[in-house]
Design a protein around this ligand. Sequence first.
Ligand SMILES: [Zn+2]
Length: 388
Amino acid sequence: MSELPFSFHVTHTDGRARRGTMTTAHGAVETPAFMPVGTQGAVKAITHRDLEGLGAEIILGNTYHLYLRPGDDRIARLGGLHRFIGWSRPILTDSGGYQVFSLAARRRIGEDGAEFRSHLDGSLHLLTPEKAADIQANLGSDIAMVLDECVAHPCEAGPAAAAMNRTLRWAARARERMVAIRANAVDSVAVSNSGQAQFGIVQGSVYPELREESARGSVALGFEAYAIGGLSVGEPPDVMYDIVSRTTPFLPASRPRYLMGTGTPQDLVESVARGIDLFDCVLPTRNARTGQLFTSEGRINIKNARYTEDQRPPDPACSCYTCRTFSRAYLRHLFLAGEIGAASLNTLHNLNFYLDTMRRIRDAIAFRRFESFRLAFHQRLSRQATDS
Ligand SMILES: [Zn+2]
């Protein structure tokens, strides 16, 4: 087997925060990095050209959605996900498990996997650890995630331990399947990206001892890197920060660490401070479509009547196209008039804010002033009133 093109190099550290470069089959990603969510092969409301202009180096695709429509086998026949969607930079795909737990109708979880009915047409499907690996191989993403069992919050220690142990058993099966896929030993799979890396996922709800056991078990299976899953599911931020803080020490320093599905700008800063390198979240894109803008002075809701004749840009400190060109008054008008451009302009700004926050985090780590950056970041946000 030839050597994988996947690698990670930490270039700077400041406390527990790290700056580095993650190299994939489709190029490099400066970390800590935020991945915009491109659910169905598109980041909602904006084009790939916009994303490239914003400096997005990696996006996330949702396996559940792409498997159901247009189908991973069809995407493989069309040359893989990168070619199909016209995005040449890195892509990470999730396992599909989270959407099965949150979207699918009538799901049933067993040792074999998760049986569910499509939310589109009611058809019956079985997502196993092997199937999740096969689908992502067909998609040809640069980073594939293992299938895990994510529990809701709150969850008693007993069920949390059971789900964590099942996740470990599923991870072993997923890794075995990946080894077979890399050896071209799975006939049903068309490999369009032979450099695909596979990440394990740490589970264990809010229980530090389960998180440690999960991390140790995952690392023993030898994945290219590791994610922390099952957080940002309703627990208080302080609990999430504490679990992150108590989990990262058990993940290898030489591999990127990915906190799945998180979070607010404050969450990004606090998690970087605890050793996280990768993030994804629908907040900047989803909230943009409901008129909520993340700014350096807190969140503003563009629907608010106070912006009716406000000629200021959404964020005076932002250099994005939206802020350089348009007033809050105009964006509010577009939103209330139901113009589709409102979603595009709001999304462009919110993603710029997230990506720019990551750039400033990386710079702060490189200059070993992350702690002062962190304090200033929180102070600036906490001084400002945030729209409801
Ligand atoms: Zn802006």
